[in-house]
Design a protein around this ligand. Sequence first.
Ligand code: DX5
Ligand code: ZN
Length: 218
Amino acid sequence: MANAVKIAPSILSADFARLGEEVRAIDAAGCDYVHVDVMDGHFVPNISLGPVVVEAIRPHTAKPLDTHLMITPVDPYLEAFAKAGSDIITVHAEAGPHLHRSLQVIRSLGKKAGVSLNPSTPAGVVAHVLDQVDMILVMTVNPGFGGQVFIAEQVEKIRAIRKMIADRPIELEVDGGINPKNAGSVVEAGADVLVAGSTVFGGGDYAAAINALKVAVR
Ligand code: DX5
Ligand code: ZN
């Protein structure tokens, strides 16, 4: 299990003026996914990027683009993010009244469907969509910014969701404030994909940062 943990650097912490180069650098450094944070200034208090940017980075890596949509409404934009080259499209459970429908639409576009939970959202929100999702993303910060402090209370939610997943083929991703000090606790609770923005892009050596996370969960 520990060896299967995947690292998904968040390009929110990359140098946006050199985004293609940054994506190639994390690819070469051994990332598993490229995590793309999409923010609308409405669902979250920050604005980041849209489908044109996903399309622009697509040729720079063959690794899966893990697109985290922090936007509402989300349904009108799913097709654009699919066409731009996302492989996994994650919507927030809080973003709309019809989570089940959004997940169905993502799968109908031929993409993996994810659902994300804010820190205040209970685990039970995913109970009746477990057969519609390929990924569940537990936020360990309030979404909107990189570089925030990990909320340790979320570890119990990770554990509860891992139990609910049981033997279904669903990845359990954790996002927010992940570093080599806390990575072990979320993996022990059942996470198998770690998003890391400032931990990977904050220092100069991306390969060393990715490796440090992998070593920390071994
Ligand atoms: C927060 C984003 C995260 C964030 C992670 O809203 O979803 O992906 O960029 O950054 P760090 O790892 O710095 O908390
Ligand atoms: Zn994210």
